[in-house]
Design a protein around this ligand. Structure first.
Ligand SMILES: Nc1nc2c(ncn2[C@@H]2O[C@H](COP(=O)(O)OP(=O)(O)OP(=O)(O)O)[C@@H](O)[C@H]2O)c(=O)[nH]1
Ligand SMILES: Nc1nc2c(ncn2[C@@H]2O[C@H](COP(=O)(O)OP(=O)(O)OP(=O)(O)O)[C@@H](O)[C@H]2O)c(=O)[nH]1
Ligand SMILES: [Mg+2]
Ligand SMILES: [Mg+2]
Lengths: 292, 277
């Protein structure tokens, strides 16, 4: 792992006063490799490592740590700070019901995360209702209706012959009828390069006027994370990210790539298929995971 | 990368970036670049365009895993188990495969062995209707192996040519879920001597290095005889397939290029290598 590799790099550094450009060159190469193996984007890894270099060069080699441990400490601190420093909550403000739109690529976990978020909000004394606005995937409405029933929360009865725009429009009246203060809108998975479908999302946004637009992204996403996040953010304005499937063994470098390119906070992580498997994002834990 | 007149450090850096950003991964990228660097040192490669062509050839030959051609007529019914982690496109791909095989004049049947996820059975039933093939199912929460058992009986008694089994998405790291998959596998083996005849692991082209871990564990647990790479209609290159073919020698059989019934293509190693360079 990275600590062992850095130990090797620095085994001749004992008793040399400072971390210099030369002696950390090799160490930084190892850090960059570790980030790429963790799926951090090529350019993001490069920029990150040069940031670490400028912080590390000239530092005194501390008594309490080996040089390798010192570099790791700097990397860990920089990673944690870059990914948001501390946890960030949902900002649900303005006229009720507050809308939350769940968007992202196919299969990333939007529908499941929509239900998970509804459960979490209801436990925080909000009154959410679920809005299935995916009329494209076979049995997508069925899926969210089933989850809503499991949670005993109101789900708008969308039909596949409706347009997403019609569904969200009607959802407002539905929310008022059921005395709901939060609208959780599940949308169909789509490619960031599908101009027509990205346009549809824009139209849904202008009707819902959401307090939050959450990009639901799969933790095992590779280099593509940058293109996807950049395009979704550019076209829609993302306010936060839900990173799913962290109960697997993906290192999750996509978390760093997404934050680097959108500057949007990861608000929640998906830790399993059960509806209570949604946790608040902790940047420091993610940093250690990415470094392996 | 284009327009370079000589092979220099900059060109090699550019090529490294192309390979890494296509998800080939650090190790495979280093191996490929080392091979071409050897040729450059021995003066066997002098021009940038030849260098790119050489890399394309290397990638193509890795992807061309020597494997027996797929002969669905060799068994009756020919049993195919479809597995993979959550959300990669298993259910959708089965719909496409059913359409493909039916178009080849075969009688196809589907088995809804994902008895866990909300509306999973309903989703497969809809695909069965689109492809005009029967779907064997039981009520939600039933044992996936029981559905597999029933499906084998039905496929035999109804003289089906191909039986495709849909399974629930699962993390390869969850021992109890991999045990459940083993049980489905054993059920099929007990019903018919050499079944399942193919076990296809579905991988999402947007996945990075974790796809290698998925392939290793699924192969180790129940054996994988083929790969299907989905969502290649996006911007991801799916380069991790190169690392998987190299290490595990499993052939890619099909690729998914969209969400409709016809969005399935047989895998073409040359086309795949071209898309990277
Ligand atoms: N292990 C695990 N599985 C998850 C997690 N989140 C979602 N899933 C699973 O991932 C698969 C896809 O989830 P969906 O909610 O259907 O994904 P989606 O983004 O709505 O998919 P589309 O609507 O087709 O774009 C399902 O099998 C879910 O159970 C998670 O955090 N961990
Ligand atoms: N763009 C694109 N989307 C695809 C492709 N294959 C599948 N999908 C989409 O990916 C999403 C997930 O597909 P599913 O078939 O439900 O995936 P799965 O592996 O069965 O999911 P689980 O059973 O929940 O693990 C759906 O929205 C599909 O339409 C493809 O080749 N291209
Ligand atoms: Mg969905
Ligand atoms: Mg499925």
């Amino acid at each position: 792992n990275l600590s062992d590799r850095l130990q090797k790099v620095f085994k001749y550094l004992k008793g040399q006063g400072k971390l210099t450009e030369e002696n950390i060159q090799e160490a930084l190469r190892e850090v960059r490799m570790a980030l790429l193996e963790a799926d951090v984007h090529f350019k993001v890894a490069k920029d990150f490592v040069s940031g670490v270099a400028s912080r590390a060069v000239g530092q005194e080699v501390l008594q309490s740590l080996t040089p390798g441990q010192q570099v790791i400490k700097i990397v860990n601190e920089d990673l944690t700070r870059l990914m948001g420093g501390k946890a960030e909550p949902l900002k649900l403000t303005g006229k009720l019901p507050n809308g939350i739109m769940m968007v992202g690529l196919q299969g990333s976990g939007k529908t499941t995360s929509t239900a998970k978020l509804a459960l979490k909000l209801s436990r925080e004394t909000r009154r959410p209702c679920l809005v299935p606005a995916d009329v494209h995937r076979p049995a997508a409405i069925d899926q969210l209706v089933t989850l809503g029933k499991q949670l005993n929360l109101p789900v708008y009865a969308s039909r596949t012959d409706q347009k997403p725009e019609e569904i969200v429009k009607a959802a407002f009246a539905f929310a008022r009828e059921h005395n709901c203060d939060t609208l959780l809108v599940d949308t169909a998975g789509r490619l960031h390069v599908d101009d027509e479908l990205m346009g549809e999302l824009d139209r849904v946004k202008s009707i819902v006027e959401p307090s939050e637009i959450l990009l639901v992204a799969d933790a095992m996403t590779g280099q593509d994370a940058v293109q996807v996040a950049d395009t979704f953010h550019d076209r829609l304005g993302i306010t936060g990210v839900v990173l799913t499937k962290l109960d697997g063994d993906a290192r999750g470098g996509a978390a760093l790539s997404i934050r680097a390119v959108t500057d949007c906070p990861i608000k929640y992580i998906g830790m399993g298929e059960k509806l209570d498997a949604l946790e608040v994002f902790h940047p420091d834990r993610m940093a250690s995971r990415i470094l392996g | 990368v284009l327009g370079k007149k000589t092979i220099d450090m900059d060109l090699l850096d550019d090529l490294e970036e192309v390979l890494i950003t296509s998800d080939l991964g650090v190790r495979t990228t280093q191996t490929l670049l080392q091979r071409v660097t050897e040729k450059i040192k021995r003066k066997e490669l002098k021009e940038p365009e030849k260098l790119r062509e050489q890399l394309r050839q290397e990638i193509q030959s890795i992807l061309d895993v020597p494997s027996p051609p797929l002969d669905l007529s060799a068994q009756h019914p020919f049993v195919i188990m479809v597995v993979g982690v959550n959300g990669v496109g298993k259910t959708t791909t089965i719909g496409k495969l059913a359409h493909q095989f039916k178009g080849e004049g075969r009688k196809v049947m589907l088995a809804a062995c994902d008895t866990f996820r909300a509306a999973a059975v309903e989703q497969l039933v809809l695909w069965g209707e689109r492809a005009h093939v029967p779907v064997i199912r039981q009520k939600s929460g039933s044992d996936p192996s029981a559905v597999a058992f029933d499906a084998m009986d039905a496929a035999v008694s109804r003289h089906m040519d191909v039986l495709l089994l849909d399974t629930a998405g699962r993390m390869h790291t969850k021992v109890n879920l991999m045990e459940e998959l083993k049980k489905v596998h054993r059920t099929l083996q007990r019903k018919m001597e050499w079944a399942p005849h193919e076990i296809w692991l579905v991988l999402d082209a947007t996945t990075g290095q974790n796809a290698l871990s998925q392939a290793r564990l699924f192969k180790e647990t129940i054996g994988v005889t083929g790969l299907i790479l989905t969502k290649l209609d996006g911007t991801a290159k799916g380069g991790i397939a190169v690392a998987i073919c190299d290490e595990l020698q499993i052939p890619v059989r099909y690729i998914g290029i969209g969400e409709s019934l016809e969005d399935l293509r047989p895998f073409d190693p040359q086309e795949f290598a071209r898309a990277i360079f």
